[in-house]
Design a protein around this ligand. Structure first.
Ligand SMILES: NC(=O)c1ccc[n+]([C@@H]2O[C@H](COP(=O)([O-])OP(=O)(O)OC[C@H]3O[C@@H](n4cnc5c(N)ncnc54)[C@H](O)[C@@H]3O)[C@@H](O)[C@H]2O)c1
Length: 351
């Protein structure tokens, strides 16, 4: 098969889906790989390294998109829809529940599209997890940065000081992203309140010392926790579906001015009612006097770590896809084929 690796074009996105090790594995299995020149530059993987392992370097995006199978990081941007065609297979993050126009464009063109974020293995999401871990680790750092007064925040230092209480951080959804966000905030000495519908998960996080206390997710209890929070991190997910709405407009309005919201779940529509997508170039906006950080590609700012982590997770599934498109190793990944949405939760989310 001919595999294409185009350069990512989303705002300040510097990740690449396959590192030279992954390309070497595909070439060893007798596939051809075309890499758009510069695709790996942002992550420190230069053309020469790809060439050394047997890739062909092409100058134009169109040449990488002309491959049988295109492997990417982010969902295709509108400028890339022109490359869609009915004999194209796409393997990337899609987040279609929050991207109806992309879903329509893929279906209309007859693309066969597999999404990283819905691929399941033993009830887990192994292609979402590496990026969720990174986004989770970034969340409390980004949130703490925007609590600084000169960035519009309340001026509360997350770890407090002798005689001054530390900040209170509410983390909604303690999965791969939220679990590490809680752990990071706890490591910065915040008081961390973990919220989840999964009581076993709450118990585990408390046992591991990643949270100070836990709250079962329901509207009233979340409202009480959020009212008193300096930072709220949203990371609730129902795979494939639009993110569950956990923190309401009223909850946000009850927070102290200058407090910070980080909604990681924004790529699935957001689990905080006032959240709307932002970019790495303009990461925040203020609503109800609360600073909102809702960047849809948080790991894109740490491309070296993120590309290596993504590539390591994608490679075995890519090899499965190359040998058998219906492989059980791709369970749940197929989102669009033959003009139809094939993933139930995605189809339901899009009506
Ligand atoms: N913005 C970014 O750059 C970025 C990067 C990576 C991941 N993400 C997103 O982060 C989100 C979380 O991903 P994940 O891998 O941690 O998912 P996960 O499945 O590991 O965890 C989600 C958690 O949410 C919990 N949950 C579900 N419904 C809930 C509710 N009503 N109230 C409270 N908790 C609830 C689940 O029980 C689970 O523990 C996803 O939307 C993912 O796409 C965003």
């Amino acid at each position: 098969m001919l595999i294409g690796l185009p350069t990512e074009i989303k705002d300040r996105e510097r990740r690449v889906a396959l590192d030279p090790n992954a390309v070497a594995a595909a070439v060893r299995a007798d596939h051809r790989v075309v890499v758009q020149s510069g695709a790996g530059d942002g992550a420190g993987f230069f053309d020469a390294e790809y060439e050394k392992v047997g890739a062909e370097i092409v100058d134009d995006a169109a040449d990488a998109w002309a491959a049988d199978l295109v492997v990417k990081v982010k969902e295709p941007q509108p400028g890339e829809y022109d490359f869609f065609r009915d004999d194209l297979t796409l393997f990337t993050y899609l987040h279609l529940a929050a991207e109806p126009e992309l879903a329509r464009a893929l279906a209309d063109a007859g693309v066969t599209a597999y999404a990283y974020e819905t691929l399941t293995e033993g009830g887990k999401l192994p292609l979402l997890a590496p990026m969720s871990e990174i986004a989770g680790r970034v969340a409390p750092i980004a949130g703490a940065t925007f609590l600084a007064a000169h960035r519009g925040g309340s001026g509360v230092l997350i770890g407090g000081a002798a005689g001054v209480p530390q900040a209170r951080v509410v983390v909604v959804g303690l999965g791969a992203a939220g679990g590490l966000a809680a752990r990071g905030a706890k490591g910065l000495d915040a008081v961390v309140i973990g919220v989840d519908v999964d009581l076993a998960r709450l118990g585990e996080a408390a046992h591991d010392g990643d949270v100070t206390t836990t709250v079962a997710s329901n509207e009233r209890a979340v409202g009480e926790a959020v009212e008193d929070a300096d930072m709220v991190i949203g990371a609730a997910l129902v795979p494939g579906a639009r993110a569950p709405l956990v923190v309401t407009q009223e909850h946000v309005a009850s927070m102290r001015p200058g407090s910070v919201i980080v909604d990681l779940a924004i790529d699935q529509g957001g689990c905080i009612e006032t959240a709307r997508p932002t970019t790495l170039s303009e990461p925040t906006y203020v609503e109800h006097d609360i600073v909102h950080y809702c960047v849809t590609n948080v790991p894109g700012q740490y491309p070296r770590t993120a590309s290596r982590a993504l590539s390591a997770a994608v490679t075995p599934r890519l090899m499965a896809l190359l040998s058998d498109p219906d492989s059980p190793k791709l369970e749940g990944a197929l989102n669009v084929r033959g003009g139809e949405l094939t993933h139930e939760a995605v189809a339901e989310a899009l009506g």
